[in-house]
Write a protein that binds this ligand. Sequence first.
Ligand SMILES: NC(=O)c1ccc[n+]([C@@H]2O[C@H](COP(=O)([O-])OP(=O)(O)OC[C@H]3O[C@@H](n4cnc5c(N)ncnc54)[C@H](O)[C@@H]3O)[C@@H](O)[C@H]2O)c1
Length: 270
Amino acid sequence: MRDAGAFSHYPHPMANHILVTGSAGRIGHAVVQALAAQQLPVIGYDLMPTPGLRPEQCRIGTLEDVTLLQAAANGARCIVHLAATPDDSRFPRGAEPDDGDNFLTELVPNNIVGSYQVMEAARKGGVSRVILASTGQVIDGHLRNGRIPVRSSTSPEPRYLYACTKVFLEALGQVYSRQHAMTVLAVRLGWCPRPGQEEEFRQSEMGPDVYLSPGDAGRFFLAVVQAKSLPSYSIVYATSKPVRREIYDMAETTRITGYVPQDMWSDGDP
Ligand SMILES: NC(=O)c1ccc[n+]([C@@H]2O[C@H](COP(=O)([O-])OP(=O)(O)OC[C@H]3O[C@@H](n4cnc5c(N)ncnc54)[C@H](O)[C@@H]3O)[C@@H](O)[C@H]2O)c1
């Protein structure tokens, strides 16, 4: 049942809504735009207000604020969990003492503890569908050794410690789907460059083939939210159309979710 007291700060509590964590970020913003364009009821959850959402649709706090998170999750039809520290800050490490490692300071609290809190909020709030943002970095070892295209069944060979937290996320989703009868989809996202990553993207040999445009990111998550049924647990990839060759096998994505990419990277992007 809805915890009305926990919603009391907000003038317009919603029911049957879609909760998007990390809604103010690069991908989150694209997702809330796509959902709102279909008049779907969206609640954004982030450290800051989400552009494009009205104040009453924004929950501002960390994933560790379990009271706020639980109130936001209660009654949701679906949670799209994007909030995370989205990469290693520096790896392999630099020199001591400031070696740039962000595992204990950011990756553990935001990606590991935070994801656990989201799954717990979903379980306690009776949320039946959760979509988890994983990354192609979990299968990086296959790419480096030319074992492409990678498939949904490809086992993890994580890049660095950020990717390890996403392996944990995928496993966490699988446990909750099995133990708590939730539908969980983990998506190994392609590369939707954040501000400041443009040059790194251009230098990357695989970048154009794993590019994920904001428009396609929005369309992908909309497709998953709207899918009539999903397997109890699945892993899929999501990218735009590759420029030269297929790195991620998207057949399973289209079969399960109906998502078909529309965009392709070009010189004007990102
Ligand atoms: N952009 C990409 O290319 C890419 C690729 C693969 C996977 N991902 C994953 O997709 C998700 C979104 O990535 P993005 O590129 O939009 O990142 P981003 O940094 O632009 O957005 C992340 C958002 O999460 C919020 N956030 C972080 N920690 C939080 C916490 N503890 N509590 C509340 N909010 C918190 C941040 O404020 C930010 O707005 C992440 O999980 C990331 O790991 C992104």
